[in-house]
Design a binder for this molecule. Structure first.
Ligand code: NDP
Ligand code: MG
Length: 402
């Protein structure tokens, strides 16, 4: 029996890597539904190659989609579902077994949550959804029986290094279980690892989007450059592995060969390694507990020769410190951090604020916020909106006006 797959965010970097794997395994997977947001020509191209039954897109792009589909000779138009309701509908459709949650940012929250509530196998790339609503999402997964499998390379690595029973009895005391003592979350350090603060003050969006090892969407590339990505991943790890931030150490490892590690009380440290290509964690999450082939080049350790490690510099990369503080604070603090960061990154990409302003803005918004418990989605969404308003206000006050 083929597995029926929906890709939320099919036009993005993770979406494209997922499509590569589906193309390699037509005997195992059928692409049932996809979504896109503004890359409509790419959305039509996916339809030409895979003929999905359903496409979700913004209402305003339906005309453009039909025009491009006609130009490119798409014979059978898929069913078109619109806006957020369309995303939620494909995430929870009874025809779907597997949902790849690869929309970027808070925009992916409602559809990711819908997939979890519908009890799907959820391949989780959209880390922001978990940062905002981790407690809600994992409680819903317990109720529905959804299998939430991490696609983020670090979390996928940790998942591979943990004992399998780790997930069958989820503990709520936030202590490491089953002989695990610590998680080591690796980080490349991004393009500005060796820059001085003075140099970082001057960096452009183009520089920030050029990651040394990974090819990714713009938002996560900027997050990797500020180390906010590692901060969001720290929070993601605490939720996924039901562990306090106190047991997660961030390790800078510039080669991105070790994707993360798990330490055990007997002195063992297990690492998952591979060339940096998201096809590996995606294929792992798709096929788990089995393995399927990918076209990722096999790791050649004679070629790599050297693996370096150092601690992160929290003075140069305060975003990581802010994320850890937010996780320690708990409740709505992580969703406020995430929302302020989304607005800050967008403003940086539009050259309204400088690179170092991203963390300054997030810090300022956190400082003026009050935190509430995050077990009600409406409270989380209200905190998110309030943080966005405060962030926009900060930019009006301190940013460069276009
Ligand atoms: P991209 O920017 O490449 O893709 C984002 C996808 O989301 C696109 O399909 C885009 O549509 C869609 N999208 C954007 N905004 C909206 C919106 N408001 N409503 C609906 N859809 C929207 O990002 P990535 O693929 O790099 O990242 C996706 C997620 O995966 C992020 O959460 C990221 O943190 C995570 N991730 C990514 C990794 C990577 O290597 N890229 C690694 C680990 C995690 P369109 O392009 O048509 O506008
Ligand atoms: Mg990652």
């Amino acid at each position: 029996m083929k597995q029926s797959v929906a890709i939320l965010g099919a036009t993005g970097s993770i979406g494209q890597s997922t499509l590569k794997i589906l193309a390699d395994h037509p005997d195992k997977y059928h692409l049932y539904a996809i979504s896109g947001f503004h890359r409509i020509a790419e959305l039509v191209d996916i339809c030409l190659q895979f003929q999905p039954e359903v496409v979700a897109l913004p209402q305003g792009y339906v005309g453009l989609f039909k025009d491009i589909a006609a130009q490119k000779g798409l014979k059978q138009l898929p069913e078109l579902l619109l806006d957020e309701a369309g995303l939620v509908a494909i995430a929870s459709a009874s025809e779907v077994d597997v949902v790849m949650a690869a929309i970027v940012g808070a925009a992916g929250l409602s559809s990711t949550l819908a997939a979890v509530k519908a009890g799907k196998r959820v391949l989780l790339a959209n880390k922001e959804a978990l940062v905002m609503a981790g407690e809600i999402m994992l409680a819903e997964a317990e109720k529905s029986g959804a299998l939430v499998l991490p696609v983020d390379s670090e979390h996928n690595a940790i998942f591979q290094c943990l004992p399998q029973q780790y997930f069958s009895h989820r503990q709520h005391n936030k202590q490491p279980q089953l002989g695990v003592s610590r998680l080591l979350l690796t980080a490349s350090g991004g393009p500005f690892l060796n820059f001085s603060l003075a140099q970082m003050q001057q960096v452009t969006p183009a520089q920030a989007c050029k990651h040394p090892n990974w090819s990714m969407g713009q938002k996560i590339s900027v997050d990797s450059a500020t180390l906010m990505n590692k901060g969001l991943e720290l929070i993601e790890a605490c939720h996924l592995f039901a562990i306090s931030e106190h047991f997660v150490t961030v390790v800078i490892h510039p080669q991105s060969i070790i994707h993360s590690m798990v330490q055990y009380i007997d002195g063992s440290t297990l690492a998952q390694m591979g060339n940096p290509d998201m096809c590996t964690p995606i294929a792992h999450a798709l096929a788990w507990p089995e393995r399927i082939s990918t076209q990722v080049k096999m790791l050649d350790l004679f070629d790599v020769q050297k693996l370096d490690f150092c601690p992160p510099d929290l003075e140069k990369f305060p975003a990581l410190k802010l994320a850890r503080q937010s996780m320690r604070e708990g409740g709505t603090a992580p969703s406020i951090l995430n929302a302020a960061n989304e607005i800050a990154v967008a403003a940086f990409l539009q050259e309204k604020i400088g690179f170092l302003d991203i963390a300054n803005l997030v810090d300022a918004v956190l400082q003026q916020s009050q935190f509430e418990s995050a077990d009600d989605l409406n409270v989380v969404l209200a905190a998110d909106q309030c943080a966005r308003d405060n962030a926009a206000h900060w930019i009006r006050q301190y940013g460069v006006q276009a």
